[in-house]
Design a protein around this ligand. Structure first.
Ligand SMILES: Cc1cc2nc3c(=O)[nH]c(=O)nc-3n(C[C@H](O)[C@H](O)[C@H](O)COP(=O)(O)O)c2cc1C
Ligand code: SF4
Length: 427
């Protein structure tokens, strides 16, 4: 059975023509190290925009979209913030176990994130800023804040809040609940957080990687940002690669062919790939046969029913069983729900049970239909998108591994079957 742990946080960028310069693919990791001196030596002083709200136009021109998973246009989100008491939150929760990019970024380039946070706050007129991340990442941020204070780099205070290590703790209403002192659980929100978020104030929640790109766009401009990536999805993105001999975090141009990424970064033989999970545990499998047509952009992945999400690329070898891996992930997702709403309380454990039966034990003949029925039942019925994301993942697993379903129903599997896992909890 698979144990899900974040991949070790090393990062490489072998595709870069200019690995140390802002013109290459290595942008976020271009500084020699995490200190303020190294940051200043590489990126220059804190960028001052006049007026600060000019940033929003630059982000629109750059075409920056959020790197937290949903890919919403950043400039558009910022322009929705109005009111003098607004708040900006940098979201580094990264509850997704297959992702390590935000932790690596906060450890390696904390000053880019903090510059982006200060710039975003100035642009929307916010006096209050927060950074929300797991404890180890907060240590790096604390050190960076001390350096900034000592150097008088920028004056604004950043409130730090520890993110619990749970899949859903980075969902934006869970982030707000946690910062307000409640458990980090999503809540049913009838109004957008940009209208009424933290303590009822207009709130901008941005992923930490998004903010780091903001800091670079403020310095080098939209044309520079668009010099890599695709015309509709410009820039670079961080990818967490796992399931290979050398897992790690990479910075790649958006639109990079998946086969090239696997070959250049991980020396993966395409013939040894059963499938690749893109976008994380709420993402979708791309079958090995379709890897040559896949590229890491929303546009390129749309026909394959996948998205790059927050940059998770998890490789499943031909020696592994896709149904077992999917059953493990569905059980994890069931256990990670907040157990507040019906679909999470009853539906997700039921789906995980049937998938586990199908993957590890002698399945009932109607197992596949039962998974489909339960998946249809949970969709669109939670207070947050957790059931929808789980349904999307499970549906993709059943499509991608349809051949394996047939084999398992006949008591066979192309991979070695390990001991059955414990049965998920139900109520
Ligand atoms: C279940 C769930 C978990 C999420 N976890 C994270 C997370 O760990 N980090 C993050 O930045 N966004 C996460 N998001 C997305 C946030 O709700 C929000 O859209 C994001 O922080 C906005 O930042 P961006 O526009 O810069 O991408 C999650 C969403 C869902 C539904
Ligand atoms: S849908 Fe699930 S994860 Fe989302 S709020 Fe309801 S119980 Fe929690």
């Amino acid at each position: 059975m698979t144990t899900y742990v974040p991949v070790p946080g090393h990062h490489r960028s072998p595709l870069s023509d200019d690995p140390t310069g802002p013109s290459g693919n290595r942008r976020l990791f271009a500084a020699a190290g995490p200190t303020l001196v190294q940051h200043g030596a590489r990126f220059g002083p804190f960028p001052t925009l006049s007026p600060p709200s000019r940033l929003i136009g630059l982000l629109d021109d750059a075409g920056l979209s959020g790197r937290g998973g949903a890919g919403f246009p950043t400039g558009r989100k910022m322009s929705a913030i109005s009111g003098r008491r607004s708040v900006v939150i940098a979201n580094g929760a990264e509850g997704e176990p297959a992702s390590g990019k935000d932790a690596v970024l906060l450890r390696t380039a904390p000053h880019l994130v903090l510059d982006g946070l200060a710039l975003a706050a100035a642009a929307v007129g916010a006096r209050e800023t927060h950074l929300y991340a797991p404890a180890p990442a907060l240590d790096a941020v604390r050190r960076a804040l001390d350096e900034r204070r000592a150097a008088g780099w920028d004056r604004h205070k950043v409130h730090l809040t520890e993110a619990p290590d749970r899949f859903i703790s980075g969902e934006e209403s869970a982030v707000i609940n946690r910062i307000e002192g409640r458990p980090a659980l999503p809540s049913d929100r009838l109004v957008r957080v940009t209208d009424s978020g933290l303590h009822g104030r207009p709130t901008l929640v941005q992923n930490v990687e998004t903010l780091a790109h903001v800091a670079l766009i403020a310095r080098y401009g939209p044309r520079w940002f668009r010099s890599t990536g695709t015309p509709t999805e410009p820039g670079t993105m961080l990818v967490t690669l796992s399931g290979t001999a050398a897992p790690g975090v990479l910075e790649v141009p958006i639109g990079i062919p998946l086969a090239r990424l696997l070959d250049d970064y991980a020396a993966v033989d395409p013939a040894a790939v059963r499938a690749v999970l893109l976008g994380g545990f709420h993402g979708a499998w791309v079958p090995g046969a379709q890897v040559p047509e896949a590229a890491l952009s929303r546009e390129a992945l749309q026909p394959l029913g996948a998205t790059p999400g927050a940059g998770v690329v998890l490789v499943l070898g031909t020696h592994e069983c896709g149904l077992q891996k999917s059953a493990d992930i569905s059980r994890y997702l069931a256990e990670q729900s907040a157990r507040q709403c019906g679909p999470c309380l009853n539906g997700l454990p039921a789906i995980a049970n049937v998938l586990t039966q199908l993957a590890y034990r002698r399945p009932a003949p109607n197992s596949a239909r039962e998974v489909q029925r339960l998946t249809n039942m949970v969709e669109g019925r939670g207070a947050c998108k957790h059931p929808d994301g789980t349904a999307r993942f499970v549906r993709s697993a059943m499509n991608t591994f349809a051949h394996d379903v047939g084999l398992h129903l006949r008591g066979r599997c192309e991979a070695t079957i390990p001991a059955p896992p414990p049965t998920p909890r139900t109520r």
